[in-house]
Design a protein around this ligand. Structure first.
Ligand code: ADP
Ligand code: ZN
Ligand code: ZN
Length: 731
């Protein structure tokens, strides 16, 4: 038989596919082979599930060594042709092992061999369960009995229903284990979403945006929807998606972090009655499988998800939306390092559908794509409804006394806004109580034992924590070197919260940062307290910048604009400008005029001034000019070879060997080795080599030749290395 050698991608770190003979027993598969099918193969002593990526008549592996595949799991491919090609492309472009790329694109259940289409498992009482209620045999399990009692009057329930009613899955397991409850499977029922009428009449600019987007349905076009916070971008997505649904298509909506945007989900659910699948990493295995298979089978018409959702197979895909396209969480920073935003654009191109990238602070790359007419810009210049513009002022921290980081002008403004009934946001991108624990007598500083970094004081929990490796310890009271008392230096959100409580004892406070919302439901509670006005002052980190809509906030105080002004990373100023603009956008969203106060030690800094006087757009023009002058992306293309090991010598030797193996490369520049900003993290020393090329093809051509050489360098024990194409952090 020809074509009898299968090429199979397996979830291993090796950058190649593996050859197998056809399964001995082909009786099970009467269908023709198709790439993208799951196939189970022997691998060492185990069996693994891989993806068929191709086949050939022969193999370079000697016939005696070729093993036979065990079985095909499905009669159809997991991935439709466009998604399959997209994944192959992504593996090539990001130089990541193809098997790991496929694995990343499947829910765990599918990777492990469960059926492609998930079925819903529902529980009800068995005869034995009813008998148990009437004459209990188990008197030691009051919770189990409560569950039985409750289930008695319920329709068949999913595990999720049972948990929602306050029972634990363990109780269900115990009850099922005794045969008192039984499971039935049913296929989910497709529902056509009803589209609720919008309550608002679109503005002229929104109408144009919606018309332009819907006018491009059926072909590729990239739209940059550039509109300030509150200008009605979400309304534009909703309208365009309503049109997609009316035409029988599916829409894919990518968002930075689901947990941080409950309001967006709520609006989608209000507008579309059914057919929404939500895919994110916080889902349990079963829920994720269910959402993924609903999307793949077409049961779901709208898929909302975080970055990995960009790989969801969708046969009727008609529109892709990337909300907050500038957000760095679209970039995966470990393992398979890809940009979901960039892949979304490529996917749209391959599927011949439009993509909408929305932001109040578009990335400089996207703005450059507009300038070079690869993307079409749709502007929403004004805030909708009653929203007001905001006034921004700089406060010179050197000229004003300050109390725990709050300058007098900021304190006065807060008092005035609070008295007028407004709410105030105080923004500081540093959680914990203070970033440094310091000895005034000898200068000792509490440092992490495993990193080149300081420990942050977390006073609420009474711990020192390293924000880089997670190490923890008690807070010492005396200096480790000279036994003198120690002092916390600098501010974190906890400390600012304390200071505000003293300054404004009559106004209730809420804090929003990763620590304050680590408990489930805490996030919703904080947001609700701001919405219903029970909190008047909100202190928080960049979590505040994620699209929340707080109608009564009239003042935003940015405590420290200087983190980032002088950072080494070439993207730091872009990030800072985005962050300032995003936080500032929380002020004056409805009936109240907004004011923004930015505290800085550098009131003459050109970036800050440009931002304040000409807004983000003006800033972006200057910033792109700087990038062009310095040949940074988007005017060049980068890749970063990172390495780390416990022994710094190993790292250095490896990177030098890698550099040597690139000798003679002419179209790229190699810079390094350079140590990372935090040279040691979790006991590993880190360094990198930066590769710079003028164009993507030049960079790819080089990497294609070079990486196999790096791969074949003698392996240094304990050394890890990775390649990051289009890195967002050059560190
Ligand atoms: P963005 O996504 O740009 O932040 P939203 O779509 O969330 O903006 O809109 C901000 C607020 O304005 C929302 O409460 C929304 O319901 C409302 N809104 C949107 N479009 C209009 C409109 N054309 N007229 C009145 N209100 C609108
Ligand atoms: Zn000391
Ligand atoms: Zn550490």
């Amino acid at each position: 038989m020809t074509n009898s050698i299968l090429h199979v991608a397996l979830d291993t770190p090796l950058r190649r596919a593996f050859d197998y003979r056809l399964p001995q027993d082909r009786a099970g598969i009467s269908v023709p082979l198709q790439t993208g099918m799951r196939v189970r193969v022997p691998f060492g002593r185990r069996s693994l599930i891989g993806i068929l990526v191709g086949w050939a008549a022969g193999s370079e592996v000697p016939a005696g060594k070729l093993k036979a595949a065990l079985e095909f799991l499905d009669a159809e491919p997991v991935f439709d042709a466009v998604t399959f090609d997209l994944l192959r492309w992504a593996a090539d472009y990001y130089h990541h092992p193809i098997g790991e790329v496929f694995a990343a694109a499947m829910p765990a259940a599918v990777r492990q061999g469960r059926p492609l289409s998930s079925r819903i498992e529902e529980w009800s009482l068995s005869e034995a369960g009813r008998a148990e209620i009437l004459s209990p045999s188990d008197r030691r399990g009051p919770k189990r009995r409560a569950l039985l009692q409750w289930m008695q009057d319920q329709p068949p329930l999913t595990g999720e229903d049972i948990v929602a009613a306050g029972f634990a899955l363990d109780q269900l397991k115990a009850v099922a284990g005794r045969g008192w409850a039984e499971a039935h499977e049913r296929a989910p029922v497709p529902q056509t979403p009803r589209v609720a009428a919008s309550e608002v009449a679109l503005t002229q600019a929104q109408t144009e945006a919606v018309d332009t987007i819907t006018g491009s349905l059926g072909r590729f076009e990239a739209h940059l929807l550039f509109g300030v916070t509150g200008s009605g971008k979400t309304e534009v997505y909703l309208r365009a998606i309503a049109e997609v649904i009316a035409r029988g298509g599916q829409a894919l909506v990518l968002v930075p972090e689901i947990a941080l945007t409950p309001q967006l989900l709520e609006r989608f659910r209000k507008r579309f009655s059914a057919g929404i699948a939500v895919i994110h990493s916080g889902l349990t295995g079963t829920d994720r499988h269910e959402a993924w298979s609903a999307a793949r089978s077409g049961l779901a018409r709208i898929v909302i998800g975080t970055r990995s959702a960009v790989f969801t197979p969708l046969t009727d895909l008609a529109l892709i939306v990337v909300d907050e396209e500038h957000d760095t969480s679209f970039k995966q920073q470990e393992g398979f390092r890809y940009s979901a935003r960039d892949i979304a654009v490529l996917r749209a191109q391959r599927a011949a559908v439009p993509v909408v990238l929305g932001s109040a602070t578009p990335s400089l790359e996207s703005l450059e794509n507009v300038a070079s007419q690869r993307y079409r810009q749709l502007r929403l210049p004004e805030r909708t409804g009653a929203a007001h513009d905001t006034r921004m002022t700089l406060v010179d921290l050197r000229a004003h006394a300050n109390e725990q980081g709050l300058s007098q002008p900021a304190i006065h403004a807060m008092a005035a806004h609070l008295k007028n009934g407004g709410q105030v946001i105080v923004f500081l991108n540093r959680r914990g109580y203070a970033p440094t624990l310091f000895c005034c007598a000898c200068g000792w500083v509490a440092a992490c034992a495993h990193c080149d970094a300081r420990m942050t004081i977390h006073r609420r929990v009474g711990r020192l924590r390293c924000h880089h490796c997670g190490a923890e310890g008690l807070i010492p009271t005396l200096c480790g070197a000279c036994q003198q008392p120690l002092m916390p230096v600098g501010q974190g959100t906890e400390r600012v919260e304390d200071a505000l409580a003293q300054l404004f004892p009559d106004f209730p406070l809420a804090r929003l940062d990763r620590d304050s919302v680590s408990v489930r439901g805490a996030m919703e509670e904080v947001l609700e307290s701001v919405h219903n006005g029970s909190a008047r002052i909100l202190v928080g980190t960049q979590m505040l910048t994620k699209g929340h809509h707080f109608p009564d906030v009239s003042l935003v105080v940015i405590l420290d604009a200087d983190q980032g002004l002088f950072a080494t990373d070439y993207r730091a100023t872009e990030r800072l400008a985005q962050m300032i603009t995003q936080v500032a956008g929380r002020a004056g969203r409805e009936a109240r005029a907004g004011e923004v106060i930015i505290q800085t030690q550098f009131p003459d800094h050109p970036l800050l001034n440009r931002l304040i006087h000409s807004g983000y757009e003006g800033f972006a023009v200057d910033a792109l000019e700087e990038r062009r002058a310095a040949s940074w992306p988007p005017y060049s293309r980068l890749a970063l070879l990172r390495a780390d090991a416990r022994d710094p010598k190993r790292v250095d030797e490896f990177l030098r060997d890698a550099l040597r193996s690139a000798a003679g490369a002419r179209e790229v520049k190699l810079l390094g080795p350079a140590t990372a900003l935090i040279a040691r993290r979790a006991d590993r020393h880190r360094a990198h080599v930066l590769i710079e090329a003028a164009t993507r093809p030049q960079l790819q051509k080089f990497l294609n030749v070079w990486l196999p050489r790096v791969d074949s360098l003698p392996i240094k024990q304990g050394l890890r290395w990775s390649i990051d194409v289009d890195p967002t952090e050059v560190d």
